[in-house]
Ligand binder design. Sequence first.
Ligand code: SAH
Ligand code: SF4
Length: 389
Amino acid sequence: MTALTNLLDLDPAQLVAYCAELGEKPFRAKQLQRWIHQFGASDFDAMTDLAKSLRDKLKTRATIAAPAAISDHTSADGTRKWLLDVGQGNAVETVFIPEENRGTLCVSTQAGCAVNCRFCSTGKQGFSRNLTVGEIIGQLWMAEFELRKSKGIEPGPKGERQITNVVMMGMGEPLLNFEPTVTALKLMLDDNAYGLSRRRVTVSTSGVVPMIDKLSQECPVALAVSLHASNDALRDGLVPLNKKYPLAELMAACRRYLDYAPRDFITFEYCMLDGVNDSDAHARELVSLVQNGAESVPCKFNLIPFNPFPESGLRRSNNARIKAFAQILMDAGVVTTIRKTRGDDIDAACGQLAGEVQDRTKVQERMQKMAEYQKKFGKDFGRIIEVPR
Ligand code: SAH
Ligand code: SF4
């Protein structure tokens, strides 16, 4: 018996091709796509406007399946976090953050992460594997329709949309899982699927320069860059990928991206680490980095209070320090926000996206994958380097 095709893995064009293989016209693919992504259907029998013969064919060859939820917690502030089983002892997280006029879903793109940033617990777990398209878009599919179900909102375009924004800020480095990430992005934007505007979908990257350029050509959406440092020596220690793509190259890539981006600024994320990257001098150095004559980068800063985890050996900057830091940026004309920490009580805050059920016996396999990445991106890839003060 051949394996069932998971229709969540297919982008709009692939679904048309799949339907053609079954002898069906392209408009059937559109209908099918709407059933899947607008009505959250997983049962072919529910797709009443498809011919019974087609439904029967689909039942024997295809499936619509997102990763299964291992846990589902809602925090006191309304943040809801699902831990999803992606097989072989790996789990990833999806977090829904409700706000007054919008609902944001934070999705994962990899199980673990090979970049190994000094302050990130995902990085500390090492890299397990890339998520498939179905596993990435499946997070949005599952979350949108679960949220509607909990609130008694009907599926379909008439029901009130729960997720209005998506940020790829969960586990993993999206630009190191490029093709599946882009396919999932295209589904998010497609009018016969989720129909989100490019401005409401954000890719967050630690700075994989060539892939930033590739994204600008293949699917320009809003871009957030995890900066975390104002100079190369400091950033080398916090984000090891900086050794491969240092700040000057990263800033140039950001400028190039803006020619294609749906927004006219880059969001810089900056994790506030007590005594490491949070002094007035660091703030001033950041201003010079982004306001540098012809090399300036139109940007907004998002300061993220560090979410501590036991092995990190790092501390969160205190609130007064974060405010003073923000003030220096703002006085220089840089729009700056301080991220509210949400979902603390359910470990859904940034960088705490943990694989609680991760199988430790997979370590060997992860080390091997890490070695492959080091071959590709240089020997320091994924290594912890002393943080210069
Ligand atoms: N790999 C991508 C996206 C996932 S991480 C990236 O690095 O951009 C999403 C954001 O959470 C990044 O800005 C990351 O630096 C930040 N982050 C990671 N660990 C954190 C922690 N412990 N406290 C606060 N922010 C953290
Ligand atoms: Fe990976 Fe992002 Fe964590 Fe760095 S911050 S280790 S790139 S998930």
